[in-house]
Ligand binder design. Structure first.
Ligand SMILES: Nc1nc2c(c(=O)[nH]1)N[C@H]1C(S)=C(S)[C@@H](COP(=O)(O)OP(=O)(O)OC[C@H]3O[C@@H](n4cnc5c(N)ncnc54)[C@H](O)[C@@H]3O)O[C@H]1N2
Ligand code: MOO
Length: 550
């Protein structure tokens, strides 16, 4: 072990080691839009990977797309893209909605035909038929209405939809049950007597007004205008064969009609490169008919636990054996940071077996993370196998013994085996670089004031000369339970504090002790609490920097 280096120096070295494998996506990929003057279409896919086709070289992606993408992106089915980071812009291949359609169950009409319709002066229009969602619509003849369901195409020449509630029909719910069922269905849901349904007050002035179509007739007890066509009106059987509809409210042109492109126009940007795909993003592109998305390729990270004492959780642990926490923790941390786990390995302290396993891990991944085998013991297999790597002591606790190097060209980062040390090491050295490589936002630091520090609520010791990462739990919003508040003249004045805004500082309690074996206690934590290297203790009331876990 060489001389002790700072956390920052080791962090920079690890970042440099990873620089070549970050899979940065340069250039853009455009999906879905027909771009004028471009004839190169279709993704150039080479090889299949777990998540979908690898996009190699410069290629255009999508049925009618153009642009460039680079190594570092792959196409995945839209249904598998949750949490992935979009590697290119997605443009709408067609307008949405694709066709004018109804926003309501009701009647498609020409607004002019129902101008002035009221309860007292309804307009009666012959009903030419029905358009269900999923069907095509013939143009609407003047002076007629057509039954239309939500999402069904609005016929040419129609420019408004009257919700069914604004007619004497009230609802379509029972119509098809009745049609399917027969007389009894119809009997249980009889068509309403228009007059009684509408309870229309008599409007003596309304009766003589003309609708857009020809012909007038008094209907029921109210007065009404009737559209063109000779249809039976005014009887309870009007709905057999669609008949006519009595409309009691006018609608302006455009009402309840969803116009073509009112969501997005053809070629409009739907999602931008860099979007971390959530369910609502996937809905947006699926609605546009896009089946595959270019996403950033995930780094493949192999996780290797070393130690003859290790057995898998669930296996019986014999004398001297312990359950392997690090393989599970580090693999989960890798996934949470947007990379994929190329494999997990548990190896003994036998150098030859360790060498074979590490080489296999290196050959199948972009990065290998090891835990254990790096201190001063007699069986430090990681040190033995990685003879050309740098092993050093970093001025932190836990996580002092660190290393990095390459095996057969693949970067390897070595963490100490103590389970708290391994996890702290990941948070401090690998989480943000992996997140950056994945295109995910890095995890910011927080500032807080300490509530309880030591076991009994007092101080907790910290090694001078080493930055300590204690485990902490944020207090629920609502403040301190006790009387501890931010100290005036905090002992840790460096760095930004939440006091620069009007928000109060977060409050944090230290959980568990400082020992790097206290893995179960760490389960109660949600943050790491930094104690600077020049402090020998942490006390209630101190201001601290926090690194969120998870
Ligand atoms: N003479 C010295 N001894 C030690 C030093 C030192 O500087 N001089 N450093 C100590 C520190 S600090 C740490 S941290 C550890 C690091 O040791 P290794 O990285 O070689 O790790 P191991 O010895 O293999 O294991 C340490 C500890 O952690 C347990 N462990 C290991 N792997 C796992 C796992 N996958 N899941 C759960 N627990 C694991 C292992 O059983 C040991 O108890 O060295 C100190 N010693
Ligand atoms: O530095 Mo070791 O990682 O304390 O426990």
């Amino acid at each position: 072990m060489g001389s002790r280096v700072s956390v920052e120096e080791h962090r920079d070295d690890v970042a440099r080691l990873l620089a070549g494998i970050s899979g940065e996506v340069s250039g853009t990929t455009t999906v879905g839009a027909e771009v004028s003057g471009t004839t190169t279409v279709g993704a150039e896919s080479s090889g299949a990977t777990a998540g979908g086709a690898e996009v190699s070289g410069t290629a255009t992606v999508g049925a009618e797309g153009s642009g460039t993408t680079t190594v570092g992106a792959q196409l995945v089915p839209v249904g598998d893209a949750l949490g992935r980071v979009l590697a290119g812009d997605v443009l709408a291949p067609e307008p949405l909605p694709r066709f004018r359609n109804s926003q309501m169950d009701g009647f498609a009409v020409r607004a002019a035909d129902i101008a002035g319709a009221t309860v007292g002066a309804p307009v009666i229009l012959p009903v030419a038929g029905e358009i269900a969602a999923g069907s095509a619509a013939a143009p609407l003849a003047p002076g007629t209405a057509v039954r239309i369901m939500t999402g069904a195409p609005v016929p040419a020449e129609a420019d408004a939809v009257v919700p069914v509630e604004d007619t004497d029909v009230g609802t379509f719910n029972h119509d098809h049950a009745a049609a399917r069922g027969s007389a009894s269905g119809r009997e249980t849901n009889p068509p309403a007597d228009p007059a009684s349904r509408l309870e229309a007050p008599h409007d003596p002035d309304a009766g003589e007004r003309k609708a857009g179509g020809s012909g007038t007739a008094p209907v029921g007890s109210g007065s009404a205008r009737i559209g063109s066509g000779s249809v039976p009106v005014g009887s309870g059987s009007a709905w057999v064969g669609f008949g006519s509809v009595r409309i009691i409210r006018s609608r302006a042109a455009g009402e309840f009609v969803r116009e073509v492109g009112s969501d997005v126009g053809a070629g409009d940007l739907v999602l931008s490169a860099g979007t971390v795909l959530a369910p609502h993003h996937l809905a947006a592109v699926a609605a546009c008919g896009v089946a595959e998305l270019p996403v950033r390729r995930r780094l493949r990270v192999a996780v290797v636990s070393t130690g003859t004492e290790l057995v898998a959780p669930g296996e019986p642990a014999g004398p001297g054996q312990i359950w392997d926490a690090n393989a599970v923790a580090l693999a989960a941390a890798v996934r949470a940071a947007g990379a994929e786990v190329a494999g997990t390995y548990r190896i003994t302290d036998d150098p030859e077996a360790a060498r074979r396993a590490l080489r296999t891990a290196a050959a199948s991944s972009d990065l290998v993370i090891t835990s254990g085998g790096v201190s001063q013991g007699a069986h430090e297999v990681v040190k033995d196998v990685l003879s050309g790597a740098v092993f050093r002591s970093v001025a932190m606790q836990p996580g002092g013994p660190q290393g990095f190097g390459r095996l057969d060209g693949t970067p390897v980062v070595t963490f100490p085996g103590n389970p708290v040390s391994a996890q702290v090491s990941f948070v401090v050295f690998l989480r943000d670089p992996l997140r950056r490589a994945a295109g995910l936002p890095t995890v910011g630091e927080l500032r807080a004031v300490v509530g309880h520090a030591g076991e009994s609520g007092g101080s907790i010791a910290s090694p001078l000369g080493r930055r300590q990462y204690l485990r902490g739990r944020l207090r629920p919003a609502g403040g301190m339970r006790g009387t501890v508040g931010p100290k005036s003249g905090s002992r840790f004045p460096e760095g930004p504090t939440a006091r620069t805004s009007d928000r109060p500082l977060l409050q944090v309690d230290v959980v568990g002790g400082a020992g790097s074996h206290l893995v179960a206690s760490m389960g109660a934590a949600d943050v790491l609490v930094e104690v600077p290297a020049d402090r020998s203790a942490l006390d209630p009331g101190d201001e601290v920097t926090l690194l969120p876990l998870g």
